[in-house]
Design a protein around this ligand. Structure first.
Ligand code: C2E
Ligand code: MG
Ligand code: MG
Ligand code: MG
Length: 295
């Protein structure tokens, strides 16, 4: 590292830029340690659970698993800060494996504690989807823990635009047939064709936050049209990034049934999610529960 930093070309960098380059270089090698087999103290990955709710009742229907890196110097890093580095180090499948394993282990623990088995959806990278062994691995992991396939939902992102000859089509077909629901994430930001929705076993469209924020006149028409299409194709819609009651009400009036966003809850630690969302056994009580009522 001393040699690289001492190189003449580095002098062309502004000091702040140089520090940023050094920071990214370090973080990149730490990503390799984090997901590789080396045992340095570079922190660990943790999962946050963000409740997914039925809009009209406020009932929690499940959660999305969102990964965080508890970094020894930088604190809690969000995916935007490190997923690019995971990808450039070709560690996408390793990351997904860690997240899946964590989530399934957690689900088994909740089951053992007698908590309700609400499904958790896990985001997958394109590399995992294109790995022909994914379906077997996921189904084997569920079987080892005696978990029903219905507890796991998978999110594929619209940006990945999987091709017809991609192994992902077979993989998702196998998982869908086994009872694992597939969501199309970030819907409305890319160029998904009807043919694509037909070819992959997608059950739910997750409307991207950018489509509902702001929910102005133009966006309202768009959401209305997407909803009409979803009804025709027998797809559910879940709107992401709902932050205000107005947004929620407007989405409901457009026919959207499910949502996710800070209005309902931020992503929670496993313990917080279990104590709040999973502990609400009376389904008529909306989430979050009125102040003073929670355990
Ligand atoms: P995503 O799958 O679209 O996840 C939704 C993102 O929106 C999350 O960001 C969530 O914290 C955020 N969000 C939820 N509600 C609101 C809201 O009301 N307002 C605002 N402003 N944001 C909201 P996060 O956790 O930073 O994740 C970013 C992206 O990183 C995810 O987007 C997903 O594409 C990726 N990601 C996260 N966890 C994983 C993972 O475990 N594996 C993989 N492969 N990708 C992941
Ligand atoms: Mg997602
Ligand atoms: Mg999303
Ligand atoms: Mg999104």
């Amino acid at each position: 590292a001393a040699k690289a930093a001492g190189g003449g070309r580095a002098l062309a960098f502004h000091p702040a830029m140089r520090a940023e380059v050094a920071r990214r270089f370090t973080l990149s090698s730490q990503v390799r340690q984090l997901l590789g087999h080396e045992t340095f103290d570079v922190g660990r990955l943790e999962i946050r659970y963000q409740p997914l709710v039925e809009l009209h009742s406020g009932r929690v229907i499940g959660a999305e698993a969102l990964v965080r890196w508890m970094h020894p110097e930088h604190g809690l890093l969000s995916p935007d800060a490190f997923l690019g580095l995971v990808n450039s180090n070709h560690l996408d499948t390793e990351l997904d494996a860690v997240v899946l394993n964590d989530v399934l282990t957690q689900l088994a623990q909740w089951r053992d504690q007698g908590l309700p088995m609400l499904p958790v959806s896990v985001n997958l990278t394109r590399d995992s989807l294109e790995d022909a062994r994914l379906a077997d691995r996921v189904l084997a992991a569920l079987a080892v823990l005696s978990l029903p396939t219905s507890v796991l939902h998978l999110e594929i992102t619209e940006h990945d635009q999987l091709s017809t000859d991609s192994p992902a089509q077979h993989t998702l077909g196998v998982l869908d047939a086994a009872g694992v629901r597939v969501y199309l994430d970030d819907y409305g930001t890319g160029y998904t064709s009807l043919e694509y929705l037909h070819r992959f076993p997608i059950k739910v469209l997750k409307l991207d936050r950018s489509v509902v924020t702001p929910l102005d006149a133009g966006q309202v028409h768009l959401v209305g049209a997407v909803n009409a299409m979803a009804v025709a194709l027998d797809l559910e819609i879940l709107a992401e990034g709902i932050e205000t009651p107005e947004q929620r009400d407007q989405l409901m009036s457009l026919g959207i049934r499910y949502g996710q966003g800070y209005l309902f809850s931020r992503p929670l630690t496993a313990a917080q999610y279990a104590q709040t969302a999973l502990a609400v056994t009376d389904e008529s009580v909306p989430f979050p529960r009125p102040a003073g009522e929670s355990a």
